[in-house]
Ligand binder design. Structure first.
Ligand SMILES: Cc1ncc(COP(=O)(O)O)c(CN[C@@H](CN)CCC(=O)O)c1O
Length: 426
């Protein structure tokens, strides 16, 4: 048995499914997960000494590559002052200042410890602000594992076949309305049928959690208009897209101003950090400034703030990072398309900047129903064929991939080669 296999056997006796987050278990792609020992730049190294070109980057955070020196240096400096105080610190003020500078719609921000906490809090604030109970989310979008969002959820929920998880009460589920992504008319019908009851519409402005799915022209603006017309708050869940698709996230790229934004992943530089923020009048009702309660022992943790600050400061000061992410994404997806032409294949690739998904379906993918036409067993074989060739993909069809600027043209070309060989093999 390999070291990874030994570790997995033991892990399964101690941790549900042997993992601390379901999608890591390779359930959707077969085989056993590789246990990662270390990472550097564009590479992961597993417990058995295998090296992989990394296309997940911890599901988004490691946009500058693993062990990025300025982030590592910031953490080394921070740990000399102990780890956690449970009291306000200078770094939290600096973080709030930087986030509100980089994301102008965020006039005030609260730090939390995960994307899930951020979206949980954002919807509570929206309900507190509007006095309304219902929310609209989109089928296949994933906003973390809070009860309100495990309705037609994407990511690991659909990967494990539990888009509507047991344990979520009927009462909770009744307050979550769902519509197909990119379907404005369906949203209008929900609003008409639930007049004055909807607090917020929450979405991934560019979806990663059903695989990468882009908003069709007019969709985001249409949601903005519907929200304005019906006094509904628009929440952009930018846990994935924030600081990746542009310095100011998808909202900068598409020119739409949400009322609230949730953030995570990149914001922590690889440490557990989430955040939610937005209009000052809305955020001013959050405790202790206002009555809507939300708290966290490790929120604004000084080590995590140090890592996040170093990451965001680099992104804020180096716009060339975003140009490079565009180049890398275009080179890779153009290469994959060229391979498919050569092989007489016509699978769908959805791509924006450093996010993309190769769907094992020839159907265009603009919503969850489309994404679910993918041939999942074929995807599993493709995943394993890529892993065998030293390329580490997301172990699920219903996930976006995330490139980092640590990748080089040569490594991209290596991935293109591996992809062509893998598609031949499967
Ligand atoms: C748009 C969006 N919103 C919220 C979340 C939840 O964030 P976390 O609680 O996992 O930090 C996520 C988490 N993303 C998944 C990847 N699809 C995390 C990976 C995992 O669940 O292990 C997200 O993508």
């Amino acid at each position: 048995m390999t070291k990874s296999e030994q570790l997995f056997e033991k892990a399964k006796t101690l941790i549900p499914g042997g993992v601390n987050s379901p999608v890591r278990a390779f359930r959707a792609v077969g085989g056993n997960p590789v246990f990662i020992k270390s990472a550097k730049g564009p590479y992961l190294f597993d417990e058995d000494g295998n090296r992989y070109i990394e296309l997940i980057n911890s599901w988004g955070p490691m946009v500058l590559g693993h062990a990025f020196e300025p982030v590592e240096e910031a953490v080394r400096e921070a740990i000399q002052h102990s780890f956690s105080f449970g009291a306000p610190t200078r770094k939290e003020v600096e973080m709030a200042e930087l986030i509100t500078e980089m994301v102008p719609s965020v006039e005030m921000v609260r730090m939390v410890n995960s994307g899930t906490e951020a979206t949980m809090a954002a919807i509570r604030v929206a309900r507190g602000f509007t006095g309304r109970d219902k929310l609209i989310k989109f089928e296949g979008c994933y906003h973390g594992h809070a009860d309100s969002f495990l309705i037609a959820a994407g990511s690991g929920a659909i990967t494990m076949g539990t888009p509507d998880s047991p344990g979520v009460t009927k009462a909770t589920a009744l307050d979550t309305l769902t519509a197909p992504f990119n379907d404005l008319y369906a949203v209008e019908r929900l609003i008409d049928a639930n007049a004055n009851q909807i607090a917020a519409i929450i979405l991934e402005p560019v979806v990663g959690n059903m695989g990468c799915v882009l908003p069709e022209p007019g969709f985001l603006q249409g949601l903005r208009d519907l929200c304005d017309k019906n006094d509904i708050l628009l929440i952009f869940d930018e846990v994935m897209t924030g600081f990746r698709l542009a310095k100011g996230g998808a909202q900068e790229r598409f020119g739409i101003r949400p009322d609230l934004t949730t953030m995570g992943k990149i914001i922590g530089g690889g440490m557990p950090v989430g955040a939610y923020g937005g209009r000052r009048d809305i955020m001013s009702i959050v405790s202790p400034a206002g009555p809507v309660y939300q708290a966290g022992t490790l929120s604004g943790n000084p080590i995590a703030m140090s890592a996040g600050l170093a990451m965001l400061r680099h992104l804020n000061g180096h716009p060339e990072v975003y140009t490079r992410l565009e180049e890398l994404g275009t080179r890779l997806t153009d290469g994959i398309r060229a391979s498919m032409v050569k092989l007489g294949l016509d699978f769908t690739i959805n791509h924006l900047s450093s996010m993309y998904t190769l769907f094992m379906t020839e159907r265009p993918v603009s919503n969850f129903v489309d994404a679910k036409t993918s041939d999942l067993p074929l995807f599993g074989r493709y995943f394993q064929a890529m892993l065998k060739r030293g390329v580490y993909l997301a172990p699920s069809q219903f996930e976006s991939l995330f490139l980092s600027v640590a990748l080089t043209d040569e490594l991209i070309d290596q991935v293109i080669w591996a992809n062509e060989e893998a598609l031949k093999e499967v």
